[in-house]
Design a protein around this ligand. Structure first.
Ligand SMILES: [Zn+2]
Length: 61
């Protein structure tokens, strides 16, 4: 099973879940998750579509 520990819900993340870099002045959002750049947002979206097992992590309660 994939470790989901670093894919924290929106609002809780302090680092980009894709590259694990710190956020800059601008954040890009994809599925309510903050990404550090548009590039990471695109990668995040691809990952999400490729691995729906953790889709529920990003749905509102
Ligand atoms: Zn990033």
């Amino acid at each position: 099973m994939r470790s989901n520990s670093k894919y924290t819900p929106a609002g809780a993340a302090k680092r980009c879940p894709i590259c694990e870099g710190k956020f800059g002045l601008v954040r890009h959002y994809s599925w309510r998750t903050a990404l550090c750049s548009k590039k990471c947002a695109d990668r995040f979206r691809i990952r999400r579509e490729c691995d729906r097992r953790w889709l529920h992590w990003f749905q509102p309660a």
